[in-house]
Structure formats: structure tokens, C-alpha cells
Design a protein around this ligand. Structure first.
Ligand code: HEM
Length: 589
């Protein structure tokens, strides 16, 4: 008599599951493990992750506490959702938690996990991280890319202006212009030029988006290894192979192009080196004592694309969303920026230091909407304590940065958007204050902070300086659909559409216009615009020139003219004047 296959397989699974649980309980008897939600056979707690793990895990942590032990398939995973737990992992026991778990995506797309972000804690990781930090992300290098940043941000402003004038309703896809700006900056500093779609038959932007989507896709093989064959059926394997192949072809073409150019123009001088140049220079290891294989070089280049482009434009898009939902914050920001740079045509990076409200807006946005709500996982390299719990070696940890950012024990009215909370506060996101860690912290913390923050500050300052933004006609802020996409980096599902109106400035250049303003309608035009700098320097604009009302012609004419007349008459009476050499007269003012 024949038995159907499942009459053997199902009881076998059930038996193995209970055996595993019994052995686990006996083995961990003396250990104080964190509380765990009930798990199912085989999949463990996978079903509780949902589409948006930062939200589902936040809910679970409200029931089970700030440190929970889950089982994702057969992998033990600790979830940390409080500032104390984050400090314990990222500071007290940072070294123990400094490696990354093995991931098939890291292996398949980053040349066997050879990138900075994907490689495990090792001498190799130390070397490639130091190459990336010193050659691309150090303060000195970041300073040297200033012209590129300012130019690309100006290009973005011009593009928005062009779109405003070319369409009747001037609705701008903010994601589109922001992502174009950040990817242009990243590609110019890494490969020396922007990549145009399809130039090599490869649509790079789409590939990077697909790579990020794959990063955020659940890979069953990482959690239930014996089910890895499912990736062949659900198409994940094929997607991964295709992206890896196309990106590899793109990176190879970049390197080959550079090698050919360098052979032709060996003695190029005066041109700033990009990251590819530097990597090729140090590839043989003569300077660093550490030769770089071509695969490592490509993995590091890929890291800078992945680390940079997406996170920066996602942050900027969240900032614009929050400002459109909070017009009071937008107005305060515009007053600060416009006031501080009054009279200047263009904001430069030198102006950013005084923009305290702008910095507070960025922090508040990163508190509520960290682009990576649960950053790249880490893994314990040995048994370790986490608060009072015992965590075995080889346990993964997920830190719920999103949950920490809205913990009512840390923040007043945590769901409210209030940049003011950062105005008189020392809390910063550079990895010392564990209540605000959108860039992670510790040894594996993001090395791209100086690089990204100056871009975000400059782009934001110029945007709100040059334009007034509103939601498209008829749309109220309550109508804004705030559903999120899925994946490792979280954006709004739909790109932000906003109406941009160039800040209105009338320019009068004729005698009739001048007469109209200064005589016919003198009273109407007698106010000064509000400038925060004059408010600050002139005791709340209490002087004559800046006070809000008064007929504006200069009252000092008689005084000034008699001084000028007398000085001029005496000068030409007493002396003859000539130029030292006529051609030395510099007429540039
Ligand atoms: C707003 C912008 C950015 C945000 C929010 C961000 C966030 C993060 C986070 C949360 C991590 C994980 C940290 C951890 O495990 O503790 C990380 C790692 C990393 N980021 Fe960023 N990042 C940003 C920009 C950049 C830029 C511009 C680059 C490079 C061009 C970059 C390169 C990296 C690299 C290489 C790592 C891996 C570090 C390691 O494992 O040693 N990031 N980033």
C-alpha cells in the first residue's frame, strides 16, 4: 500500500521542530534570554515582520519590551528599540557587534561581500573603509568637491525654474529633480562625470534602484537555508544575476575608459582627481601596503553609489514633505534663510554656518523619517550581554532607529514636527547621542556624514531661498498620501509633487517706472521687506532705514552733498592728479 509523500514529511518536520525547541531550551537553560513573541514552526517570527518591519517591530516592542529575541526562520535576531539598548550595542559592546551577517545579496551583488558596508569585520574591512574615508569622505576631500556641489545644486534650481516657466501649473516632481542632483554629484566625484541614461546601453539609474529594491527584498535563503531553491521559482535569483551582470559591465566600462584616457594623457595637470583615479593609483598597494583587486575596487565604487544617492535624496524629499505639511516651519525657515542672505544673489556654503533653524529642520526630519529606519544588520562575534540579557554569539541585531526617534520617554509630543526642539539642544546625529542615530554609530557607523550634510544643507537653503512651495492646487496637507514604500530605505510610496513659485522680485529700469514707484505710488511702496539680519543687528529693525514705514528718500542729501563738494573743490584746487600707468586702472569692483 502506497502512502502519500506528505504523510511522512509533515510528521518528520513536526518532530524535528519539537526536537530543536527541546534542545534549544536545555542549552539555554541558564541563560537569561530576552522575551520572545510566540513563533511558528519553520518560519519562526517571520510572519510578524509585515511589509514595514520598523512599524511592526515597534508595535511588538510595546508588548515585549525594548529588547526582544525573534527567530527569523532558523536565525536568532535581537531587536533593540530603546536608547539604552542602542548605546549598549553601538558603544559599550561596539566591537563585539561590528560584523555583518552573511547575506546572499551582499555576496551576489558586491563581489562576494567585498564592499565596505557588506564585508565582515576583518583587516580587509579596515583597509577598504580607510580607503573610502580618506580618499572620498574626509573633510579635506569633501572640501575639494565644493565647486561640483554648488554647480549641481544651481543646475537643479535652474531646472525647477525651467519647469516652472514651461508648464502652466508648474507642478514639480521633487523626487525626480532631487535624485538627479544627488546622483550627478555622486557620479562626478566618483567617476568624474555624470552618467547619461543608456549611453553604454545600460540604464544605470534604474539598475541602482533595482539593486536597492533587491537589498530590501526578503531573501528566504538567508533565514531558512534549505528553502533557498525557492529563489529560483520566485525570480529573485534571476533578478539578482541580471543586475549584478549589468552593473559589472557598467563598472568595467568606467574603469577601462579611465585606463585608456590615463594612457593617452599621462601628464594631466590641474584637474581634481576623482575616486576612480585615486583607486587606480593605489590599486597596486605601493602606497598603502594593501593591493586592491579589481573586484574590491568595483565593490567600493558601488558602495559610494548605493550609500550616497538614495539616502540623500530620500532625506531631502522627506524634508520637503514635512515642510509642506507644516507651513509654519516652512515660513520660519524661509525667513531665516532669506534674512541671512539678503542682498546676495546666491547662497554659498559659507552662509550655512549661521542657519540654525535649517539645521534643526534637518535633525527633526531625520528623527521622524530616518531613510534607513532599521539600518544594515550586525551580528555578535561572541557571547555578549545586552542590558541584562545574555545574547549568544552569531545573533543578528536590528536596531529600530525609527522607534527610538518617536519614543515618548525621550521626546515631548514625539509625533509632532517641531524643529524648535533642537534649537537649544546639543543633540546631534553624529553618533554620540543615541536618541538620534539616523547614520548609525560606532565602528560601523556611516562614514558619509560630512559628505551628505553639506549637500543637504546647501540644496535645502537654495530651494527655500529661490522658491515658495505649495501642494498642487486643491490638495490639502491632510490629503497627502503618506504610505511608504517597502525596502531597506524608506520613502513615500508616491513621489512628492509640489508647485514651485519663484520668489517674486520686480525690477524697475526706466524713468517712468521709477517715477511711478517713488512719486505716484510712493506711499504704497514705502515699506521695507522683513530681514532677520536687520532685526538682529538693528534692535528689531528699530532704526530709520529698516523700520517698516516712512517715506524713503535719503534725508541726508544736503549733508552729504556739501561734504562731497567741499572735498572735491579743495582736492582739485591744491593738486594735479594722474594715473601711475593708465593700464593699471583696475575697473573690476
Ligand atoms: C543622508 C545620508 C545618509 C544616511 C542617512 C546614511 C545612513 C547610514 C546608516 C544608517 C548606515 C549603517 C550604520 C551602522 O551600521 O551603524 C550607513 C553605513 C554606511 N554608509 Fe551611509 N548614510 C548616508 C550617506 C552616505 C554617503 C553619502 C555615503 C558615501 C558616499 C555613505 C556610505 C556608507 C557606507 C560605506 C556605510 C557602511 C559602513 C561600514 O559598514 O563600515 N553613506 N549609512
Amino acid at each position: 500500500m502506497e502512502f502519500p509523500w506528505y504523510s511522512v514529511v509533515v510528521p518528520l518536520f513536526v518532530f524535528l521542530f519539537f526536537l530543536h525547541n527541546c534542545l534549544f531550551a536545555i542549552f539555554n537553560n541558564n541563560k537569561r534570554l530576552p522575551p520572545s513573541p510566540r513563533k511558528l514552526p519553520i518560519i519562526g517570527n517571520l510572519h510578524q515582520l509585515g511589509l514595514h518591519p520598523h512599524r511592526s517591530l515597534h508595535k511588538l516592542s510595546e508588548k515585549y519590551g525594548p529588547v526582544m529575541l525573534l527567530h527569523l526562520g532558523s536565525k536568532p535576531v535581537v531587536v533593540a528599540s530603546s536608547v539604552d539598548a542602542a548605546r549598549d550595542i553601538l558603544k559599550t559592546h561596539d566591537l563585539v557587534w561590528s560584523t555583518r551577517p552573511k547575506s546572499s545579496i551582499g555576496d551576489g551583488l558586491f563581489y562576494g561581500s567585498k564592499g565596505v558596508a557588506s564585508s565582515n569585520y576583518s583587516e580587509y574591512w579596515r583597509q577598504v573603509r580607510s580607503v573610502m574615508v580618506l580618499q572620498l569622505l574626509s573633510n579635506k576631500r569633501v572640501q575639494s568637491f565644493r565647486d561640483i556641489r554648488e554647480e549641481e545644486v544651481s543646475n537643479m534650481i535652474d531646472e525647477i525654474r525651467k519647469r516652472c516657466t514651461s508648464s502652466s501649473n508648474s507642478v514639480i516632481d521633487m523626487r525626480d529633480v532631487l535624485s538627479c542632483m544627488t546622483s550627478n554629484i555622486i557620479s562626478r566625484v566618483t567617476i568624474g562625470r555624470t552618467y547619461n541614461e543608456g549611453e553604454t546601453g545600460i540604464a544605470v539609474k534604474g539598475l541602482i534602484e533595482e539593486l536597492l529594491a533587491l537589498f530590501g527584498t526578503f531573501n528566504i535563503g538567508d533565514y531558512i537555508p534549505w528553502l533557498i531553491w525557492l529563489n529560483k521559482i520566485n525570480g529573485l535569483d534571476n533578478r539578482e544575476k541580471k543586475v549584478a551582470k549589468d552593473l559589472d559591465a557598467f563598472l568595467d566600462s568606467v574603469i577601462e575608459e579611465r585606463l585608456v584616457r590615463n594612457n593617452k594623457e599621462k601628464y594631466r595637470t590641474g584637474e581634481a582627481k576623482d575616486f576612480v583615479d585615486v583607486l587606480l593609483e593605489i590599486q597596486n598597494g605601493k602606497e598603502t601596503g594593501f593591493p586592491l583587486q579589481r573586484d574590491s575596487l568595483k565593490a567600493i565604487l558601488l558602495d559610494s553609489f548605493i550609500g550616497g544617492v538614495d539616502s540623500m535624496y530620500t532625506t531631502l524629499e522627506w524634508i520637503m514633505i514635512e515642510l509642506l505639511r507644516n507651513p509654519r516651519a516652512m515660513e520660519k525657515l524661509q525667513n531665516e534663510v532669506r534674512g541671512l542672505v539678503q542682498g546676495k544673489a546666491e547662497i554659498t556654503e559659507d552662509d550655512l554656518g549661521n542657519m540654525q533653524y535649517l539645521k534643526a529642520v534637518i535633525k527633526e526630519t531625520l528623527r521622524l523619517n530616518p531613510p534607513f529606519p532599521i539600518p544594515i544588520p550586525r551580528e555578535s562575534m561572541e557571547d555578549v550581554k545586552l542590558l541584562n540579557y545574555d545574547i549568544p554569539a552569531k545573533t543578528q541585531v536590528l536596531i529600530n532607529v525609527w522607534a527610538i526617534g518617536r519614543d515618548p520617554l525621550l521626546w515631548d509630543e514625539p509625533e509632532e514636527y517641531q524643529p524648535e526642539r533642537f534649537l537649544n539642544s546639543d543633540i546631534d546625529f553624529r553618533g554620540l547621542n543615541f536618541e538620534l542615530i539616523p547614520f548609525g554609530a560606532g565602528r560601523r557607523g556611516c562614514p558619509g556624514i560630512p559628505f551628505s550634510i553639506v549637500i543637504i544643507e546647501l540644496a535645502l537653503a537654495r530651494l527655500v531661498h529661490k522658491f515658495n512651495f505649495t501642494l498642487p492646487q486643491g490638495m490639502k496637507k491632510e490629503d497627502l498620501d503618506m504610505s511608504e514604500c517597502t525596502g531597506i530605505s524608506i520613502r513615500r510610496k508616491l513621489p512628492l509633487l509640489a508647485v514651485a513659485t519663484p520668489k517674486p522680485v520686480l525690477i524697475a529700469s526706466s524713468v517712468d517706472a521709477a517715477r511711478d514707484i517713488m512719486k505716484t505710488h510712493d506711499l504704497v511702496w514705502s515699506n521695507r521687506p522683513k530681514f532677520s539680519i536687520t532685526d538682529k543687528l538693528f534692535y528689531g529693525s528699530k532704526d530709520v532705514a529698516f523700520s517698516p514705514y516712512g517715506r524713503r528718500g535719503c534725508p541726508g542729501i544736503a549733508f552729504a552733498v556739501v561734504v562731497i563738494e567741499l572735498a572735491l573743490a579743495r582736492l582739485v584746487h591744491k593738486f594735479n592728479f594722474s594715473l601711475p600707468k593708465p593700464e593699471e586702472l583696475d575697473t573690476n569692483y
